[in-house]
Design a protein around this ligand. Structure first.
Ligand code: NAI
Length: 264
């Protein structure tokens, strides 16, 4: 089938790599690019999930799609992935650094190990993607686009998500720095900032070391800050494609995220 629709002209035949593509926002994003006729590299540490996304992407309209089992926090694995993708599929036109993990709990109760785990995936995973794939894009000299999934938490301080929010604030800043550096190469960089979206990360989010009553209180507080849990990942995917087309720098997605941006 020949892809049609508003994005087909822009993305048809392009090579799009999405991390965290086995689930939620990443999977919806891979499907949206597939619908536009892009070739898809679906990366996730969940090998089976990545393979399934690739298979479904082909059914949806991707002329080719591959699943790659990689842990984005592992520098060596990401460097190897970049080399393998370039050799076997080509230079990536659109990179979506989306893999991430959640962590809730008080600042003082969060252990150094937990801080490190969140920063390893949410921050270092993005840095690795930007460095290895960004370098290839810059060297090729034909432009491209990098999208990093930050969060409304990047500009909304909270008592419930200190490590997560810190990791996302760093992603927001690194995106803006890289955007400034890559502009002369015609490579755009966008930071996507959704509020609460209906995915596994929110369905399974738990607050460490609190009882049920406290858990409920904290969940309510989170909802007040970031919104309810029914925002569909497909709408975030659409915002990602739009951000590439319009070359937008920072994109608050859900109504709560737009509100938080205005407050900050
Ligand atoms: P999800 O849990 O449904 O999907 C995350 C995917 O990333 C999973 O498939 C997981 O296996 C993968 N992943 C996790 N660590 C990885 C690693 N080290 N290497 C490779 N893959 C890894 O969650 P969701 O919501 O789709 O999250 C996607 C991104 O959106 C994350 O960066 C998250 O922080 C961000 N986000 C999510 C929001 C939400 O409310 N769901 C709101 C704002 C941002």
């Amino acid at each position: 089938t020949v892809a049609q629709g508003p994005y087909a002209e822009r993305f048809g035949g392009q090579l799009v790599l999405v991390t965290g593509a086995a689930s939620g926002i990443g999977r919806a994003t891979a499907f949206a690019f597939a619908e536009a006729g892009a070739r898809i590299v679906a990366v996730d540490r969940d090998a089976e999930g990545a393979a399934r996304t690739a298979e479904m992407a082909r059914l949806i309209g991707a002329p080719a799609a591959w699943g790659e089992a990689v842990d984005v926090s592992d520098e060596a694995e990401m460097e190897k992935l970049a080399a393998r993708v370039a050799a076997e599929y080509g230079i990536v036109d659109v990179l979506v650094n989306n893999a991430g993990i959640g962590l809730s709990g008080s600042f003082l109760e969060t252990t150094s190990e937990e801080w490190k785990k969140v920063l390893d995936v949410n921050l270092w995973g993005v840095i690795h993607g930007c460095r290895f794939f960004g370098k290839q894009m810059a060297d090729r000299g034909q432009g491209g686009h990098i999208v990093n999934t930050a969060s409304a938490a990047a500009f909304q301080p909270s008592r419930v998500l200190p490590a997560y929010s810190t990791s996302k604030a760093a992603v927001l800043m690194l995106s803006e720095c890289l955007r400034a550096e890559l502009a002369e190469k015609s490579i755009g960089v966008s930071a996507i900032c959704p509020g609460i979206v209906n995915t596994n990360i929110t369905a399974t989010a738990r607050f460490a070391g609190v009882d049920a009553a406290e858990e409920e209180r904290l969940q309510k507080r989170t909802s007040r800050l970031y919104g309810r849990r029914n925002y569909p990942p497909e709408k975030v995917a659409d915002a990602i494609l739009r951000a590439v087309v319009r070359n937008q720098a920072v994109v608050p997605v859900t109504p709560e995220a737009r509100g938080a941006r205005l407050l900050s």
